[in-house]
Ligand binder design. Sequence first.
Ligand SMILES: [Zn+2]
Length: 347
Amino acid sequence: MVKKPKFGSWISIKKINKLNNFGIITVQEPWEILEPKITTTPKFVVYNNNMALSHLEELYKSLRKFIKKDFSLIGIGGGSPCDTAKYIAWKMANESKKKVDLFLMPSIISVDAFLCSSIAVRVNGKVNYIGESAPEEILVDYELIKKAPKFLNRAGVSDTISITSALGDWKIAVKENNDNFDQSVFNRAREIAKDLMDARTEIKKVSDKGIKSLVQGFYNEVKLCEEWGNARPEEGSEHFLAYCLESITKKHYIHGNLIGLNILISLYLQEDNAVFPIDDIHQFFDDINLNFKPEEQNISYASLQKALLKVQDYVVSEDLFYSIYNSPQLILSEEKVEEIINFVKSL
Ligand SMILES: [Zn+2]
């Protein structure tokens, strides 16, 4: 079960200063902010952004000697440090049979990794989910998060706002592929997306309230998907086009920006099955200053075109949820792709 996060100003410092047997997994930026305020001494401070499984295994071997009885492990940062801390805690429990108390402190709200218990690692460059690690506490420190660039925090609308296109895919999958469906899960998902959109002024400012809305959106979305049993309510064609593009360019993009672009493409292609109007979502992105345009995220129109030409085969070969990209109603010919590119340029 996803843990309810705690919110406050400098709660990360208050927590760390109460611990005496602990290690820290982080990256440079948040640690440089926190270190001068900390009065206790960690057993280790490790920077990690490398999520390759082979690297994580080496890291675990080098750290396990420090981890004794009643040890607390703290992950501070974005997705990678939090997932690294989850990984080390999971390895300690499984291989060394030692339970460590895991604390997660996001320094940025760009992805939902700090709320998900599943651990995302990379094997041969591809994301794999191995094992689960449940934190003792998730601490959302407003002051720490506000030190991160605003545009990165705003991209934290990613996996909550992806509901807006994932729901259209779900409708299509029920009609065309007889997929499982639950009206109340569907309705709850729609409300989660609406709540997020209602908080647009605060999200744009990245105020305390805005940060809380972003985290609350993630929390509600993760909780709903857990209850439903998979990511269907929040993941659909917008994610699949992102995976397809990344498989072509081998680049990583800011998740929320790329998902933002792909949501608009999905809503355009879903036509009458779209659950949210394109204009509303486009307006929301403009209102919060989301950098969703290809030019703003270093995506060339040529690679977007390639991804669109490939995505229908890609979703089949990767065995992804049934979405608009599986629909026999959609044929992504060169002309159709040209039409989509023109639509994107018009945004
Ligand atoms: Zn996502």
